[in-house]
Design a protein around this ligand. Structure first.
Ligand code: HEM
Ligand code: HEM
Length: 222
């Protein structure tokens, strides 16, 4: 295969695809919880499955544990795929570099939406929805994070398609492994220092937000 075919490092493929699977599972099971109890914004009247909340809670907890690992990869190894200077590229509307800048911004937005989802998810109480108690800030925020997650994934797919077409989209699911892409090389490009102040700010928001999500239940009075 030509050297020009997009190639995604094995570590990125492993972490990205595990996280993507968990996100889709959380989006679906989260919607099932909404569809069973809330229905205020429309319903699909899906068949009722026992303990939907428990299933969602378990998938969501694995997502909460996996997200910081993926985020650390993104900020310290894969940071060229996230937002970065010069921000003047955002003014070059319509040029190829503008689309790349938007794609990187969208990749960063996904991490922020995931962070909002875990913070608000940790504010949720499993008693609220069965008791028709829908007006808690944590629940409204959790619903908003669901919408943001869907929008940012849609943009992620559109922008990746625009920048690299089908070959780029499919590269994340490719089984091809370069001879030099072995575990001892995976961390060679690890950079402790974020490559720009804007990335540092994003990392503080994402990693700080996830840390808050972990300790939140201890402080949040439901
Ligand atoms: C309509 C959408 C959603 C609804 C109605 C919903 C509902 C809930 C409920 C009821 C809980 C509490 C479960 C429990 O305590 O056992 C919860 C927790 C959680 N949710 Fe969601 N959710 C939605 C979407 C999402 C999405 C898209 C994500 C992440 C991508 C997510 C991540 C979480 C997390 C991390 C928790 C905390 C789990 C824990 O502490 O064990 N949720 N959600
Ligand atoms: C069918 C679904 C998906 C496809 C086809 C896909 C495809 C891709 C591709 C091709 C890249 C590499 C872009 C590049 O090299 O410039 C990428 C990166 C990325 N994707 Fe996805 N993606 C999907 C779902 C998701 C989901 C659900 C998330 C949510 C967590 C996500 C988060 C990211 C992030 C944060 C990056 C940047 C990684 C880095 O900084 O190294 N993707 N995706």
């Amino acid at each position: 295969m030509s050297r020009n075919t997009p190639y995604q490092p094995v570590l990125l493929r492993l972490l990205h695809n595990a996280i993507a699977l968990l996100v889709f599972a959380a989006l679906i099971t989260g919607f099932m919880v909404y569809d069973r109890y809330d229905k205020r914004f429309g319903t699909l009247n899906l068949p009722i499955i026992r303990d939907t909340q428990g299933i969602h809670g378990t998938i969501a907890l694995i997502f909460l544990i996996g997200l910081p690992i993926f985020a650390l990869y993104c900020f310290h190894i894969g940071s060229r795929r996230l937002v970065q200077p010069p921000l003047s590229h955002f003014q070059e509307v319509g040029k190829p570099i503008w689309w790349v800048a938007i794609q990187r911004l969208v990749n960063t937005t996904i991490l922020l939406s995931g962070t909002l989802a875990v913070i608000t998810g940790r504010m949720m109480d499993e008693e609220w929805l069965p008791n028709q108690d829908f007006n808690h800030a944590g629940y409204i925020g959790h619903l908003i994070s669901w919408v943001l997650m869907i929008l940012s994934i849609a943009m992620h797919l559109l922008m990746s398609a625009k920048v690299g077409g089908m070959p780029l989209l499919l590269s994340i699911y490719s089984w091809r492994i370069r001879a030099e892409d072995t575990p001892i090389h995976w961390f060679k490009s690890f950079k402790i220092k974020p490559s720009s102040p804007i990335l540092l700010m994003m990392e503080v928001l994402v990693i700080g937000g996830i840390a808050i999500a972990f300790i939140l239940p201890a402080f949040y009075s439901k």
